[in-house]
Design a binder for this molecule. Structure first.
Ligand code: GDP
Length: 300
């Protein structure tokens, strides 16, 4: 992913300096740790995360026996890889489906994060796994949001439940509530609710999202965040965690050209796993987030 391009290059340069060394001295380890620290900070990874990461790499580089099959440079790469997997969340966290009735997935996040686009991508992804999803337009804040979801729903070939007389016009909580009834009637097994976002964190918006959550009791609340917004992603995530609460994170715009440190910080800061990644304008630019594969790509 392009948001990691600079970080990948910097780390590759760091490892290049170790090539050909027979054994790493304290000074080598310190220099390497310093370079990794700078690379992560430049990538906009949050400072506490950088400190923990570099500390762990240094400690392990000093204490671990170098395995016979690896030279010192390879050993460091292995450690960095494993630590990257750890900060990215370790195991892949998959969607939890409801035991009975429709699985309810609620999306929350700032305006422009990519929620509406993501809603349709997720719906298409579910459809490809033989689910029968339904999209719900509960973003009644932004003038074009309902229509945009309808357009995206059409692209994905997934029906959209939108406010209309009888569906709770004007009230997103009522729309969300009514949508669950509709899903039961029409036998949709997954309901994806798109909610309103503002440009900045806003108490009214938080309350509205919390009210929708209380009304529909989602199986998963997913926080959708633009990987390109840097350190702000962490503050925003914290605000949503406090105001609405969420179970997992979806990173969007991993194809962007900004620094993607948010992607590496968010798990450690919020304690919530990144579950999906979205990386482009096409409906199919979307997949489950695998920490190990992501770490491999960064170190590729
Ligand atoms: P919402 O306000 O959170 O619903 O955000 P939208 O879904 O409307 O997305 C905001 C803008 O970002 C739109 O122009 C989308 O086409 C674009 N967008 C969404 N996801 C991605 C992505 O993964 N990559 C890129 N490059 N653009 C995206």
């Amino acid at each position: 992913h392009t948001v990691f391009a600079t970080l990948s290059d910097r780390l590759a340069d760091t490892f290049k300096n170790l090539r050909g060394k027979g054994r790493l001295s304290e000074a080598d380890i310190d220099a390497t740790a310093r370079e990794i620290r700078i690379a992560l900070l430049e990538a906009d990874v949050a400072l506490p995360v950088v400190k923990e990461f570099v500390g762990a790499v240094k400690e392990r580089a000093r204490s671990e026996e170098v395995s016979g099959a690896l030279n010192p440079a390879q050993q460091i790469i292995k450690i960095v890889h494993e630590e990257l997997v750890t900060i990215l969340g370790g195991e892949t966290r998959r969607l939890r489906y409801a035991k009975s009735g429709p699985t309810v997935i609620m999306l929350a996040g700032l305006q422009g994060a990519g929620k509406t686009t993501l809603a349709a991508k997720l719906a298409l992804w579910l459809k490809e796994q033989d689910k029968t999803p339904m999209l719900v337009a509960a973003d009644l804040q932004r003038p074009n949001a309902v229509q945009q979801l309808q357009v995206n729903g059409e692209r994905a070939g997934v029906p959209v439940f939108a406010p209309s007389p009888g569906n709770g016009t004007g009230d997103p909580v009522e729309v969300a509530r009514a949508s669950i009834e509709e899903a039961r009637r029409k036998l949709h097994d997954v309901v994806i609710i798109d909610t309103a976002g503002r440009l900045g964190v806003d108490q009214t918006l938080m309350q509205q999202a919390a009210d929708i959550r209380d009304a529909v009791q989602p199986d998963e609340v997913l926080f959708v965040v633009d990987a390109m917004i840097g350190q702000d992603a962490v503050t925003t995530a914290q605000a949503f965690l406090d105001g609405v609460g969420f179970d997992g994170v979806v990173l969007t715009k991993l194809d962007g050209d900004a620094r993607g440190g948010a992607a590496l910080s968010i798990r450690s800061i919020t304690g919530k796993p990144v579950m999906f990644a979205s990386s482009g304008e096409k409906m199919t630019d979307f997949d489950t987030f695998h920490p190990d594969r992501m770490a491999s790509r960064i170190l590729d």
